[in-house]
Design a protein around this ligand. Structure first.
Ligand code: PA5
Length: 305
């Protein structure tokens, strides 16, 4: 399957009906996942604020895991070593363990196992399958939101000229992509960074307002080879963030390339922005002549461990 076709499959995924069942009462949520699977934990933890959420992107689990913990192991393949180890430790601690995978070792490991119906995608292209169980399970979407999310995702495809134009400007001058987001989409800025890494095979950087004002501001004005960075900023409808973006650009004399959201609901805006970054990184990869699906060295590393 051509990678653009694989990306286009996101619109079906937002309709996925898998749903985390929290089971008994829980006090906190702990999510384990790496890379293209781990990102869903980051996104969820930014938008879910009712109970504490801890993310694990390694082997160790926090000491506070208990029978009151809802533990979610997310791994598209179901075979990622760190995630399996973390799930085993959670099971030993008596947590309720939910897995989200397309099979593998984690496929039937948990108290609840959510099965992704396709195992032929790149993990990062299955973000809808892995994120929707959180959105549905924790009541973060209703039917109207899902309908809107489906519509805005469908409105984007690989022919989108805006995505193409940004990629062209990055590739023509071999620039380093920099992505600036803001709550509740800081994690989407991170997703863009990782999509640039994996699909376009370039090092990229991300940060978020207002935090970046406390570290990047002076650097924006005085860093080495400033013209080698291509800075993209997610537009924000929050007054205080808009103001910061404008002042930062003026004080540091930096050109920001704005990326506009589409949609009204959180789910629509979230999935739209995710998808926009998918196509932008896809085009950059194509312009660079690299294969977005090539994960040769990641696979080699996993085998060598
Ligand atoms: O996008 C990718 O291919 C990687 O970042 C993988 O997601 C990562 O290696 C973890 O594998 P999995 O998602 O199967 O747990």
């Amino acid at each position: 399957m051509e990678f653009a076709e694989e990306l286009g499959f996101l619109k079906e995924q937002v309709l996925f009906k898998g749903k985390i069942d929290a089971g008994r009462r829980f006090r906190n949520v702990v999510i384990a996942g790496m890379g293209g699977s781990g990102i869903v934990g980051k996104i969820f933890s930014e938008i879910y604020t009712e109970k504490p959420v801890t993310l694990i992107d390694g082997y160790s689990v926090p000491a506070h895991l208990s029978r009151d913990t809802l533990f979610v192991a997310v791994s598209y393949s179901g075979n990622t070593e760190e995630t399996i180890k973390a799930a085993e430790r959670a099971m030993q601690k008596g947590c309720r363990v939910v897995t989200i995978s397309s099979g593998g070792e984690l496929g039937d490991y948990g108290d609840q196992n959510i099965h992704i119906p396709r195992s032929d995608l790149q993990p990062r292209s299955a973000i809808g399958y892995m994120l929707m169980p959180f959105m549905e399970g924790f009541g973060l979407v209703d039917a109207a939101d899902i309908k809107e999310a489906h519509k805005v995702v469908e409105s984007l495809d690989h022919n989108n000229q805006e995505c193409f134009a940004h990629a062209k400007r990055i590739s023509r001058n071999k620039k380093i992509p920099v992505v600036y987001g803001a709550y509740p989409f800081s994690s989407v800025a991170y997703r863009w960074k990782t999509q640039f890494n994996e699909n376009a095979k370039v090092i990229a950087y991300c940060s978020s307002f207002p935090e970046l004002n406390h570290n990047d501001t002076m650097a924006l004005a005085e860093t080495y080879r400033k013209d080698e960075f291509y800075i993209m900023v997610f537009d924000s409808d929050r007054k205080e963030i808009k103001k910061r973006i404008a002042i930062t650009s003026r004080l540091t004399q930096t050109k920001f390339n704005f990326i506009e959201f589409k949609g009204k609901s959180l789910a629509a805006r979230l999935f739209y922005m995710i998808h926009y970054g998918d196509y932008l990184s896809y085009h950059l990869g194509k312009m660079r002549g690299v294969d977005p699906t090539d994960v040769r060295l990641i696979e080699e590393l996993k085998k060598a461990l």
